[in-house]
Design a protein around this ligand. Structure first.
Ligand SMILES: Nc1ncnc2c1ncn2[C@@H]1O[C@H](COP(=O)(O)OP(=O)(O)OP(=O)(O)O)[C@@H](O)[C@H]1O
Ligand SMILES: [Mg+2]
Length: 355
């Protein structure tokens, strides 16, 4: 009933014949862009006391075929809205989008057949086994029995020994992998994962990353959303950062990180410093306590050995040290500040840009 709800499952499923028909009738077998979005805008209508919400504002985005693409942004940035539009779960307000060269309005069935989505919310029927779930999903997508590869897909997701277990007995990480397997039954060229590792422990996260990498290596274009810079950095070859419904950066991962490679080093000394020692002035430290100096630097310059040499040269002893990476929040601050003119950002104060 609620066409705006990402959980409106049936809308995600193309008509039974579409997967086979769609994929065999691809206009461009190898489109340059696996996903292409132009001027995409979404306003959720006001409902009850909730006012209308502009969730996506004039978004342009190209996801090259073969890439492992990260869509990074804070809560409410518009990530799920974007991918739910691609998957046909949410209706856009304006703009256009194409999946594997298929326009989501004109070639709806083919566009949906070209995409597999692992939603943010896990919804697995607990009374089916993984194998049954995949077979059921394959049936919904109209994949003929002879072409089904349920066991192979389960094995690829590290679930071969669980094919006959009840889904309710699977751990959270296994369920998530099962959701990925489910999204792959119709062998879509584009796989979308909405927050694949939310709530997944480190070991399983690594495993899931390995699974996703493997799918990507085998030719699937992957789009994933995440809050975690670390995840995007580790896994993705390209990253788009989205905030308040706008794409504020989109680049190859190395280029993006190179733009944002600020780090901070704090040194704590064994005694009070009367001031900043002369040998350290070149590094522009800030004295943040009687025994504490804070250095900002570009990670790519790797100045830490020189700083430590200079500390020794000044006859000082360090009793503790810590470094801080640029995190997502800093990146938002930098990028959103860059987008304003100076007066604006100055008047905003310190940490409000992503609020
Ligand atoms: N069905 C809906 N009806 C009304 N507003 C919605 C609906 N779905 C999302 N929104 C609003 O649209 C904005 C974008 O939400 P969206 O779910 O796309 O964000 P997100 O980036 O996926 O966030 P998260 O990281 O928390 O999953 C938010 O302000 C959200 O409250
Ligand atoms: Mg979301």
């Amino acid at each position: 009933m609620n066409s705006e709800s990402p959980r409106a499952e049936p809308a995600a499923r193309p008509a039974p014949e579409s997967a086979a028909a769609g994929l065999s009738g691809l206009p461009a077998a190898q489109p340059e862009q696996a996903v292409s979005v132009t001027g995409l805008t979404k306003t959720y209508k006001a409902a009850g006391k909730a006012p209308a919400k502009l969730a996506l504002s004039d978004v342009d985005l190209d996801i090259p075929r073969g890439s492992l693409f990260g869509l990074l942004g804070p809560n409410g940035a518009g990530k799920s809205t974007l991918i739910n539009i691609l998957a046909g779960l949410v209706n856009k307000s304006s703009g256009s989008a194409a999946v594997w060269g298929y326009d989501i309005d004109r070639d709806t069935r083919q566009a949906r057949a070209a995409i597999g989505v692992v939603p943010q919310e896990l919804n697995i029927d607990p009374f089916f086994t993984p194998l049954e779930l995949l077979e059921l999903q394959a049936g919904l997508y109209g994949v003929p029995p002879a072409e089904r590869r349920s066991r192979e897909i389960l094995a690829a997701m590290g679930l071969a020994d669980k094919e006959k277990a009840y889904a309710r007995t699977l751990s959270g990480g296994m369920r998530r992998r099962l959701m990925v397997a489910k999204a792959m039954v119709h062998q879509p060229p584009v796989l979308v994962l909405d927050e694949p590792t939310a709530g997944v422990d480190i070991e399983l996260r690594q495993q899931l990353w390995a699974n996703v990498r493997e799918l990507n290596r085998a030719g699937t274009t992957v789009l994933l959303t995440t809050h975690y810079l670390e995840e995007a950095e580790e896994l993705c070859d390209r990253i788009a950062i989205i905030n308040h419904g706008k794409v504020i950066a989109c680049d190859r991962t190395e280029s993006l990180l190179a733009r944002l490679d600020n780090k901070a080093l704090t040194l704590i000394f064994d005694r009070d410093l009367p001031g900043i020692p002369e040998t350290l002035t070149a590094f522009n430290p800030e004295q943040t306590g009687p025994r504490r100096l804070l250095f900002h630097y570009h990670a790519s310059d790797s100045p830490v050995p020189q700083i430590l040499d200079a500390v020794c040269g000044a006859g000082l002893s360090v009793i503790d040290m810590s470094t801080e990476e640029t995190d997502l929040e800093d990146i938002f601050l930098q990028l959103t500040r860059g987008a304003h003119d100076r007066e604006d950002s100055d008047s905003q104060g310190g940490h409000e840009a992503s609020a």
